[in-house]
Design a protein around this ligand. Structure first.
Ligand code: EPU
Length: 777
């Protein structure tokens, strides 16, 4: 073995002044665990509490696991304080703990016995008949399956596995009644060498943890030692070349797998979406059929190992098969987070290329149309060492989004990030892999790409499952919204609002909804009220600056159906909230109606024009409004005539809490030639005085005394910029997006202009453009 990490080779071990097995399993002491929140350490803490010790633990942060342990009796400290060593009779530390940890330093100085996690575990195991499950992949599932089968057979095993296992109730348990102790052996830090089990189950051996091991030979050395130290039987996967090479020639070895040469052979395997059926043969004789309710061929392999072991322990095959049928997955092992006919969301712990391939194959086998994967690389060292393998691992993902690396206590390695993996994947010809450095955005990237029939998979050993949980919770709401708007409407998750604003900036809308009818809109209003979801209405987005963090809640975009209707009735034109103002101007022209030509120059829709009493060419919307139809904040419809409405320059308070459905504009019969002239005049004015660029129209309201554009011009701020946001050289009241500008840049430029107007001219500029949404992270 060749340790290459200083951190993992940790404190010097010294000859213990105690008999550790006696100390841990026959006496009661005060034991302190350094790094107690880790998945392995928390299991050990549970065992020690059950063994009757007074257990304390320290970690840099509390977790759900430490909360649970506190309820069992753990004294938890959120700081590694030296005095914690002083009161302890024994200190146990995790491999993630550095040599200079204050508790370890104090413990060493005061001559306290200090042991590693695995050393303590191995000593506890020596009090029972130990069974160690080891291998690079599948050991949590397999050790849980072993403990489950032994438990169902009435053997009362104690167990220790590295994750929460709902079917076992808890990740570690000491059972006084039973003889066996089933433990997941961790190969990552060389501590497998502490175990002297009665039996071991070797699943697979390959390159992994290359932060600790120099190469495969160093890994094999540690497995060989475990095999040497196994005094009963070594059960090994014959289909894994490395495991087979190490074990095949040993007298005490029993093989399992699909190979004809396997002592326990699986055959006639039938893989289903979430289960598998297979036949089991023992040395040529059929034992019977098994059904496994966890998916994937790799789990059939794992089950064959458990069957071999259990049969050799004397458990009848029928009993084993009955227990396997009941087995449920560990948390984060192909764990279904959301399931419907339309979508399937699954979380998996896979973080090694071999595991990723296997999990993606299982995902593929569910028969869903597409597999969308979000992957969080785990550890810089693994990302670097295995990056070429990662390049081949995602062939079964139709779309892949990679986050940055989850460090797991490692310092960054320059040049290594999620992009490293994306580069490798793209090199292998994958077409749809992207890097998303902002962790909180990853669910948005995947969620926005979601289509009916998709399976979404979160992959990684860090905290990527949190992003899938957010997506799952939002999908529940999105599906309710879809039921409200029906087939003709549209619901999208995390729609980038930069696609829907004329300025082309803005983060995502949590829920983007396009209702097509007034009834659907009313039902949406009621739903948002009941669910206390914010609701924001967005028209053409022509007078809107959405911040980079997007808009939380439901963004309603009334378009199509009722909202696109336009009707001419005598000298009145009634237009839905989604109709472009320009269309109203041309409908009036077609009907030879006069007075609405100015609308030609407004890029927005009727709803937006009402909301802000938009104007151009000296006219404003409400000068032409006869009446409006709107929904109140409870979704009830109302119609109000112009004289009942309070309206101001660029402000219409009623629609601040109510929602426009349509407006009826009054016009008067006119001559086509005169109408055409005025339309041309408006076009000409726009063409000559306003920029042809991505903008939100005028940014500021005109203050008293001077048009804002003229003021900005006089301040000499034309063409000034922040990033890609720039004051137009054509008109000082327009800020244009030169391409890829952010809301943050826009807002900073707006601020600079306001500052200049205030300090140089004493004028308080007020924005006309509506600024909404959350700041970007
Ligand atoms: N001016 C300058 N320099 C400039 C811009 C303007 O000296 O860079 C001068 C113009 O020469 C003119 C005066 O300022 O003498 C007013 O300019 P303009 O005629 O362009 O009108 P505005 O008040 O800037 C308003 C609306 C526009 C609408 C136009 C045309 C406001 C805040 N803006 O602009 O509406 O298109 O009239 O009718 O009321 C909008 O609301 O988004 C919008 C674009």
């Amino acid at each position: 073995m060749n340790p290459v990490s200083e951190e993992c080779s940790a404190p010097a071990e010294h000859a213990l002044p105690i008999d550790l097995r006696q100390f841990l399993t026959h006496e009661h002491h005060r034991i302190h665990l350094v790094g107690v929140a880790g998945s392995g350490m928390s299991g050990l803490a549970a065992l020690l509490i059950e063994l009757g010790h007074t257990v304390s633990g320290s970690d840099k942060a509390s977790t759900m696991e430490t909360d649970r342990l506190q309820r069992l009796g753990l004294r938890f400290y959120e700081q590694h304080r030296p005095e914690l060593a002083v009161t302890a009779d024994l200190i146990v530390f995790s491999s993630a703990i550095k040599r200079d940890n204050p508790v370890l330093v104090a413990g060493r100085d005061s001559g306290k016995p200090i042991v590693r996690r695995a050393e303590a575990l191995a000593a506890i195991m020596r009090a029972k008949r130990g069974i160690v499950v080891a291998g690079m992949h599948g050991k949590t599932t397999t050790s849980a399956m072993t403990a489950h089968v032994l438990r169902e057979s009435g053997l009362h095993p104690s167990h220790y596995v590295g994750a929460e296992i709902p079917i076992l109730g808890i990740n570690a348990h000491w059972d006084l009644r039973g003889e066996y102790f089933v433990a997941e052996g961790d190969e990552s830090d060389g501590t497998l060498r502490y175990f002297h089990p009665e039996h071991s189950l070797i699943l697979n051996i390959e390159e992994e943890h290359l932060d600790f091991y120099a190469d495969l030979a160093a890994i094999e050395e540690i497995f060989e030692q475990l095999i040497e130290q196994t005094n009963g039987t070594v059960f090994y996967n014959i289909d894994d070349a490395n495991a087979a090479r190490l074990c095949a020639t040993r007298k005490n070895a029993i093989s399992f797998g699909f190979s004809d040469a396997a002592d326990y052979r699986g055959a006639e395997v039938d893989l289903h979406a979430f289960s598998s059926d297979f036949c089991v043969y023992s040395r040529g004789q059929k034992l019977g059929e098994a059904v496994l309710n966890v998916p994937g061929p790799h789990n059939v392999h794992n089950a064959l190992g458990v069957i071999a072991l259990a049969v050799e322990l004397g458990i009848p095959f029928e009993k084993i098969a009955a227990s396997l049928r009941k087995f449920e997955h560990a948390r984060r092992r192909f764990e279904i987070k959301y399931e419907s006919e339309r979508f399937l969301l699954v979380d998996d712990y896979a973080h090694h290329p071999t595991e990723i391939r296997a999990t993606l194959k299982t995902a593929r086998a569910t028969g869903r149309k597409r597999v969308l994967a979000m992957f969080q690389p785990h550890r810089y060292s693994r990302t670097k060492a295995l990056c070429t393998w990662f390049g081949h691992a995602f062939e079964d993902a139709d779309r892949l989004v990679v986050t940055d690396v989850y460090p797991a206590s490692e310092p960054p390695i320059p040049g290594i990030s999620g992009q490293t993996i994306v580069d490798e994947v793209l090199k292998r010809g994958h077409r749809a892999a992207t890097y998303q450095p902002c962790f909180e955005r990853i669910h948005c990237d995947i969620g926005n790409a979601l289509d009916v029939g998709d399976l979404v998979l979160s992959l990684g050993a860090g905290n990527i499952h949190e992003q899938l949980s957010i997506l799952a919770a939002d999908l529940v709401i999105a599906e309710k919204l879809r039921a409200i708007v029906g087939e003709s409407g549209e619901v999208r998750l995390y729609e980038p609002l930069s696609k829907h604003t004329t300025l082309r900036v803005g983060g995502p809308a949590q829920f983007w909804v396009e209702p097509q009818s007034e009834n659907a809109f009313a039902a949406l209003i009621q739903f948002c009220r009941d669910e206390t979801l914010p609701l924001f209405v967005m028209g053409r987005g022509s007078n809107l600056l959405v911040r980079d963090g997007g808009i939380r809640g439901v963004v309603v975009h009334p378009c199509g159906g009722d909202f696109d209707k336009i009707e001419v009735n005598g000298s009145e034109i009634t237009a839905g909230a989604g109709v472009k103002l320009r269309e109203v101007a041309y409908a009036a022209r077609a009907a030879n109606l006069d007075g609405l030509e100015w609308m030609e120059g407004i890029p927005g829709v009727v709803g937006g024009a009402l909301r802000m009493n938009a104007g151009a060419m000296g006219a404003q919307t409400f000068e032409n409004v006869a009446r409006i139809r709107y929904l109140d904040s409870e979704g009830n419809p109302h119609v109000k005539n112009r004289d009942e409405l309070e309206v101001f320059y660029r402000r219409f308070p009623l629609l601040e809490n109510n929602f426009a459905i349509s407006a009826t504009f009054g016009a008067q019969p006119g001559e086509r030639a005169k109408i055409d002239n005025r339309l041309r005049e408006s076009q000409e004015k726009r063409r000559t005085t306003q920029p042809v660029a991505k903008s939100a129209g005028c940014i500021f309201k005109n203050p008293d005394g001077i048009p804002a554009g003229k003021l900005v011009d006089e301040l000499g701020l034309k063409n000034s910029r922040v990033g890609n946001a720039r004051v137009s050289e054509v008109h000082g009241n327009f800020i244009v997006n030169d391409g890829g500008a952010t809301a943050t840049e826009m807002l900073e430029l707006i601020d600079r202009i306001k500052q200049a107007a205030k300090t140089k001219r004493g004028i308080e500029l007020e924005t006309e453009v509506q600024i909404v949404g959350e700041p970007g992270s």
